[in-house]
Design a protein around this ligand. Structure first.
Ligand code: CA
Ligand code: CA
Length: 453
């Protein structure tokens, strides 16, 4: 899927800009080559907002962009028009085939959400409950659940509002996720040490301590967005003469998709040089997940100082203005993630570990109940098998009896003088290889043509 084009509204740029935040990129991909062209087309494909309705969102935008009227409105709309729903009203004027495709997209999305709900209910063992889908669909805020067949202005309005809100919460969620990651790491470290004998434990503790100290030794980190930091990128990454630092050229060079603004992705790429001072993927002591958290912190810091109108994008004007600030020439010393660690309190860790134990116990209970169910099924299977054998025996016995009786009626047994003789049917063991056809054999009638001598 292609990225939004230059001239698209800020809201769409915002969607594009957040894509990098979702997945951490290796350092190499962020490095800007020395011969970087300021207006080169971005090559990254399949960018993802990380929202669970990302695909729906992007397909709706793609379809809307095929309509010339709506496309024009998209390009001239400002952030306010988009946020307050004025843009959504334009939906009434788009072509019929565009509406038909949007309706189809909505039906697909509703059906996908239903499947999600079903999977959720199945996993919670709620299969037998009566389900009111409309009520359940209300928990999804990015479409109108009352109308499940057509895409209306209300759907576009909800989609825009929800995506904007969710994307704004996105950084907070990333920090939260990182916190859980760090707590899990500490939990595992403690469990590991606990499992060792005292001598080995002390040895390991010393080793881990040394690794941590090694990790903390690195060149000074420049404050993000400061003159020192930007000049270093200019010199080291762009390969340009530090004496000729030019902010406007710098801005153009790092607006890699050439849309006239620095988005979050482009800002984050500026910090690769700083991050390389602290993190090396070849080192055991350097955690690349922590590096991405540091990158996020740096971007947030710079954005806070530079982005005056809070649209999460840096215009050239904002960039130039930031250079008049004290933070630009005389920034406070940057506190790295290691200076602020741990990112959780001991109480939070305890709580996290309690939740882990609860989850583990829950899994254990589920496994046990599955085992019991399996046992019950096996038992039933064995009982059925026994019943079947009994039935087969009964059928074979009866068919054998009938055969004997038929043989008796065709050629009645005779004595030495030709007189008829009566032989009671013997109830011997039934041979195992006798074929049973499973049909009901009527009870045999007593023979009619026999008489006792
Ligand atoms: Ca840009
Ligand atoms: Ca801005």
């Amino acid at each position: 899927m292609k990225r939004t084009m230059p001239g698209a509204p800020r809201w769409l740029l915002l969607l594009g800009s957040l894509s990098l935040g979702v997945w951490s990129l290796p350092i190499e991909r962020n490095s800007i080559p020395q011969d970087a062209q300021p207006f080169q087309e971005e090559k990254r494909e399949d960018v993802d907002t990380g929202l669970y309705y990302d695909r729906y969102l992007r397909e709706v935008i793609e379809v809307l962009e095929t309509d010339p009227h709506f496309r024009e409105k998209l390009q001239t709309a400002n952030t306010e028009d988009i946020k307050n729903g004025r843009l959504s009203k334009e939906l009434d004027l788009v072509g019929h085939h565009v509406r038909t495709r949007l309706d189809e997209l909505k039906r697909q999305e509703v059906s996908r959400l239903r499947m999600l709900l079903k999977a959720k209910m199945d996993s919670a063992s709620m299969h037998n409950l009566q389900v009111d889908h409309t009520t359940l669909l209300k928990q999804f805020e990015h479409l109108d659940p009352h109308n499940q067949n057509t895409f209306e202005a209300k759907d576009l309005e909800l989609l825009i509002a929800t995506a904007t809100k969710d994307l704004e919460n996105y950084d907070a969620e990333r920090h939260e996720e990182f916190k859980r990651y760090e707590m899990l790491k500490e939990h595992e470290r403690r469990q590991y040490l606990k499992g060792l004998d005292q001598e080995k434990r002390e040895q390991e503790e010393r080793r881990l301590q040394e690794l941590q100290e090694k990790h903390r030794q690195h060149p000074k980190i420049n404050a993000p967005g400061s003159v020192a930091q930007l000049r270093e990128v200019w010199k080291e990454t762009d390969g340009l003469d530090p004496q000729e630092f030019n902010p406007k050229t710098f801005f153009k060079l790092h607006d890699t998709n050439g849309d006239g603004v620095l988005d979050e992705q482009e800002l984050e790429a500026l910090f690769t040089k700083e991050l390389e001072k602290v993190y090396d993927p070849r080192n055991e002591e350097d955690d690349m997940v922590e590096m991405e958290e540091e990158r996020l912190r740096m971007r947030e810091h710079m954005m806070k100082n530079v982005d005056i109108n809070h649209d999460r994008l840096v215009s050239l004007d904002e960039f130039m203005k930031s250079m008049e600030k004290k933070e630009y020439y005389n920034p406070k010393e940057w506190k790295t993630l290691d200076d602020t660690k741990p990112v959780y309190s001991e109480a939070e860790l305890q709580q996290f570990e309690a939740e882990l134990r609860e989850k583990e116990a829950e899994l254990g209970r589920k496994a046990e109940s599955l085992r019991q169910e399996q046992e019950l099924l096996n038992e039933r299977g064995r009982a059925l098998e026994a019943q079947k054998r009994e039935y087969q025996l009964a059928v074979m016995e009866m068919s054998q009896r009938q055969k004997n009786l038929q043989a008796g009626s065709q050629a009645p047994p005779a004595g030495p003088d030709g007189e008829l003789q009566f032989h009671p049917v013997e109830r011997g063991p039934v041979p195992q290889d006798v074929e049973v056809d499973g049909q009901n054999v009527p009870p045999a009638e007593p023979p009619q043509n026999l008489h006792t001598p």
